[in-house]
Design a protein around this ligand. Structure first.
Ligand code: DLL
Length: 437
């Protein structure tokens, strides 16, 4: 296979050179950080008063971790390192508690960010001849404008369609010959269901590729989207605290996400002891942003669970690859004392061909016990008026899930298209259990 590199010198840089580059950039990032009220105080306590205190990459460990709560406490300007007048954009995520975390960008920051997203897009084999439909939310969320700028940087024709309005999405694809789309994996599955329901022929669209991310999904979900839509799907990882998309991305080999180590330093730590783990071991991903001056963030605890591959990628890039993010330290469900990650449930459901494209995990209290209900849409091969077929499928899902998560769920089968669809990140878990128990 011919591989495509946006920036071959950087992407294939030998490790010692890459690490030297990281060190230089880390010093600069610490310098930026020291200009913010938040880090000035934090770093001083850790004995770091100037970028000269960072002498090797190992000195990174002297810097305390930064958490989402720190960012909230620093709202609105505690992490701003440049004059407000030099800020050209902000993005924000509201999270669950309401206090937003806000990230500011200078003009240079936006250019650097677009460069990283362009690197991701180009690395999947796209060129300026592609037509790119960005089917994700625009606005304060980083997915829309982040990919928009990256797509323009590559020179593709970008259609800023945003998410939702599936019928119009098909029309745009047909009218302009869209070859690549960007969406959440759940929205891609929804698009496919509607395509089938509305009788849109696959031959009437020229789609070849999709970038899918912003939420966790399993390898089986990827395969399902690829087979149903007859396209290649590339996993895309990012978070607003590290600009947004463009942090780690799959190359043409689709085998793990290359973390752009000239822009971000990645560490995997044990979320309990906070000690660093070795490559190959699974733990919480901690990221340091080396490429944003306006809001520097050092050693950010992402809560995302992953591990680094130990072997280099056959594509020739030297930047280490992260394994698919299976979940977050804070999305683990405790059901009657058993720990279950929503991703374990998704893995089982999406591997079954008879099952449709949408599902929901519902938790209730029945007396003193937790009750797990899995609501699943039936696939096109299942006749919802054939009770025997429906019961057999329900039983199959129940048994397979029980074998995987050890909990016996109640399974409900629903008609295709009847479960709620979210246009942004999917809301798969509905936990109705009283919180104060
Ligand atoms: O979701 C940025 C983004 C936009 C990434 C578009 C990819 C595509 P936030 O809203 O801050 O930013 O959410 C970040 O989403 O910490 C993960 O928990 C999750 N996440 C993002 N991408 C993936 C992925 C954007 N590929 C949070 N796999 C992160 C699993 C993902 N989880």
């Amino acid at each position: 296979m011919e591989y495509q590199y946006w920036n071959p010198e950087i992407e294939k840089m030998k490790r010692p050179e890459l690490e030297a580059l990281q060190l230089e950039k880390l010093k600069t990032a610490v310098g930026w950080a020291l200009r913010t009220p938040f880090y000035k105080e934090r770093l001083r306590k850790a004995g770091i008063t100037g970028s000269g205190d960072i002498k090797s990459l190992a000195d990174l460990r002297r810097i305390p971790y930064t958490t989402k709560n720190d960012l909230r406490d620093a709202f609105p300007y505690g992490l701003l390192s440049i004059s407000r007048d030099d800020v050209v954009r902000l993005h924000a995520s509201s999270g669950t508690t309401g206090t937003p975390t806000t990230i500011y960008f200078s003009r240079e920051d936006l250019k650097r960010w677009a460069g990283y997203v362009a690197r991701c897009i180009y690395g999947t084999g796209c060129t300026k001849t592609d037509v790119f439909q960005n089917m994700i939310t625009y606005g304060l969320f980083t997915g829309g404008l982040g990919f928009h700028s990256g797509g323009e940087e590559v020179g593709m024709m970008v259609i800023p369609s945003g998410s939702g309005n599936t019928t119009r999405q098909f029309k745009l694809m047909q009218d302009f010959g869209t070859t690549v789309v960007h969406a959440t994996p759940s929205f891609l599955l929804h698009v496919e269901s509607i395509m089938r329901a509305e009788g849109v022929s696959r031959d009437s669209i020229r789609l070849r590729k999709a970038f899918a991310g912003a939420e966790p999904y399993s390898e089986d979900t990827r395969k399902r989207i690829e087979e149903l839509l007859k396209i290649d799907v590339y996993n895309s990882y990012g978070l607003s605290e590290m600009n947004g998309p463009g942090v780690a991305f799959e190359c043409q080999l689709k085998n793990g996400l290359h973390l752009w180590e000239d822009g971000y330093i990645g560490e995997i730590i044990d979320p309990e002891t906070l000690e660093p783990l070795k490559d190959g071991e699974t733990g919480e991903l901690v990221l340091t942003c080396l490429c944003r001056e306006a809001t520097p963030i050092l050693r950010y605890r992402t809560r995302d669970l992953s591990s680094f591959y130990t072997e280099p990628c056959a594509c020739g890039r030297t930047h280490r690859r992260l394994r698919r993010i299976t979940g977050r330290t804070d999305d683990m469900l405790i059901i009657n004392g058993v720990n279950v990650f929503p991703s374990q449930i998704e893995e089982v459901i999406m591997a079954m061909k008879e099952v449709g494209n949408n599902y929901l995990i519902v938790l209730d209290k029945e007396g003193v016990l937790d009750r797990l209900v899995i609501k699943v849409e039936a696939g096109p091969s299942i006749f919802t008026d054939d009770a025997r077929q429906m019961n057999a499928l329900k039983e199959k899902i129940r048994k397979t899930l029980q074998a995987s998560i050890t909990i016996n769920p109640r399974v409900e089968l629903h008609e295709s298209g009847s479960l709620p669809v979210s246009e942004g990140k999917a809301k798969r878990v509905q936990d109705n259990r009283p919180k104060d128990l």
